[in-house]
Design a protein. Structure first.
Length: 483
């Protein structure tokens, strides 16, 4: 534990949904739900307006629709979210060399290691200025927690939500934690929480009072000892700089089980291409290809194949995934497919390219590029033989995604069906726009890249030395502060 609250935890507020509201003027102040929209879809993020109806993350989308039937339901746009996340992480990286991202919208920062804070006043000033910087650069809000440990900083940011800041002074941890539910502590999920409740422990104070020996008896040595220390407010975990990803993967859950073996293979090839695009975007390669198949009865199978060396060649990954699929029985139906690459490296093994070409070459032909090799532009046409027009429209025009019309400009998809796609034409900096409907094959309409949420973001290249003054000084924060 530190003597000053110099560990900062940032958590962006309802990140995906807030980004969508910032991008779509007509949705500001209205309930927005981002996630899978099919019968098996799950909520990724709900705006605060949607949360008032009881909608929350990890809830089935079908249940969310019953609770908030008038909300806007959108398919995630990870290209936009990653862009905004990179902007935020860039700001954090200028505060300290020790930044530990937990997800696209959440990270720990060791302010002491960056020399930007060494006491309560300086930590609070940095936290306030960080919130200003995030708003100026991204147009979004984030909540900040400051404490002497990672556990307490995360608890503080949660208490400060939305758009607030909370400081937990070292020495006040025990009093702060005592009345709170045991679920507030890291590692206490529903099962552990229920186990503790049956033992008569519902608050953090109950855990501290029970003692280490009793918690070890209930939960085992490792978990029991760690939980008792956390109940006393002790957490010595350091902030660890970003680690390299161990794998890159993508997966899709299908609205209805896939039974057609050719369609299953087509989906595996499509996922392999998506996986390689992510791999290349990270400037990495990988040696082991992994296939994940969840069948109709929820049984999940994984198969893997290790190549001779790392690759980022889409053909090599597609062919490896297809070979793995051959060893999986899918006759009963498939509800989920995934393709991943592990054993990541910063280079590629060039002879794998020749290996793939050689395997495709017919006997007697020289190993080299074959006509059409790696060309999957006809996948939608092949898939269309097995998919309905509505399924194809939903795939081509996902709700919430960006489009551009030759005459009307930039807009986003409100929905599609019955051979039509409905588009609202507006941009982040415009008033709410008009809605128009087109045929799904209208040649003037095409998918587009997301627009920046802030057209002219403030320059924080010299942050934190030239930061603007804090909004209202040490005494106010939009959240609360522990003395």
């Amino acid at each position: 534990m530190r003597a000053a609250p110099t560990i900062l935890h940032l958590d962006m507020d309802a990140f995906y949904a807030s980004a969508e509201q910032a991008a779509k003027p007509s949705l500001r102040g209205k309930p927005v739900v981002v996630g899978g929209l099919g019968p098996r879809g799950v909520v990724a993020t709900a705006s605060y307006e949607a949360r008032r109806f009881g909608v929350h993350s990890a809830m089935p989308t079908a249940q969310a629709r019953r609770l908030a039937p008038n909300a806007a339901y959108l398919v995630p746009r990870f290209t936009l979210y990653r862009t905004v996340s990179d902007q935020v992480m860039g700001l954090l990286g200028q505060l300290s060399p020790l930044v530990e991202p937990l997800s696209l919208d959440e990270a720990f920062v060791d302010l002491e290691a960056g020399g930007t804070a060494d006491d309560t006043a300086s930590a609070r000033a940095v936290g306030e200025q960080l919130r200003d910087a995030i708003r100026a650069v991204t147009g979004l809000t984030g909540s900040v927690g400051l404490a002497g440990s990672k556990m307490l900083a995360k608890i503080a940011s949660e208490e400060a939500k939305p758009d607030g800041l909370m400081v937990i002074e070292p020495g006040t941890e025990r009093a702060l934690l005592a009345p709170k539910s045991v679920r507030i502590l890291p590692g206490v999920g529903p099962a552990t929480g229920d186990h503790l409740r049956r033992a008569g422990m519902t608050t953090v104070d109950d855990l501290a009072t029970a003692g280490e020996a009793e918690l070890v008896r209930l939960l085992g040595k490792a978990h029991g000892v760690a939980l008792h220390r956390m109940a006393l407010g002790h957490d010595n975990r350091p902030v660890v700089a970003e680690r390299d990803a161990k794998s890159v993967s993508v997966e899709d859950t299908f609205d209805t089980d896939l039974h057609d073996r050719v369609r299953v293979r087509t989906e595996v090839e499509r996922l392999a291409d998506r996986c390689v695009r992510r791999l290349r975007a990270a400037e990495r390669s990988g040696r082991t290809v992994v296939l994940k198949v969840r069948r109709y009865d929820f049984s999940t199978l994984t198969r893997s194949e290790t190549l001779r060396g790392p690759t980022d060649d889409p053909t090599v990954v597609r062919e490896a995934a297809a070979r793995l699929l051959e060893g999986v029985d899918t006759t009963g139906g498939v509800r989920l497919l995934g393709v991943g690459v592990t054993g990541l490296a910063d280079y590629t093994q060039e002879d794998l390219f020749a290996q793939a070409a050689g395997e495709r070459a017919a006997p007697g032909e020289p190993a080299g590029e074959q006509p059409g090799a790696g060309d999957h532009e006809d996948e939608p046409e092949r898939a269309s033989e097995r998919e309905s027009a509505e399924q194809l429209a939903a795939r081509r025009w996902p709700a919430g995604h960006d489009v551009r019309h030759a005459e009307y400009g930039h807009g986003w998809v409100q929905g599609s069906g019955v051979g039509r796609v409905t588009v609202r034409f507006e941009e982040p900096g415009t008033p709410p726009g008009r809605v128009r409907t087109f045929r799904i094959d209208d040649p003037a309409l095409r998918p587009a890249d997301p627009l920046p949420l802030v057209s002219d973001p403030a320059d924080y290249s010299s942050w934190p030395a030239s930061l603007p003054k804090s909004r209202s000084g040490p005494g106010s924060s939009g959240g609360e502060s522990r003395p």
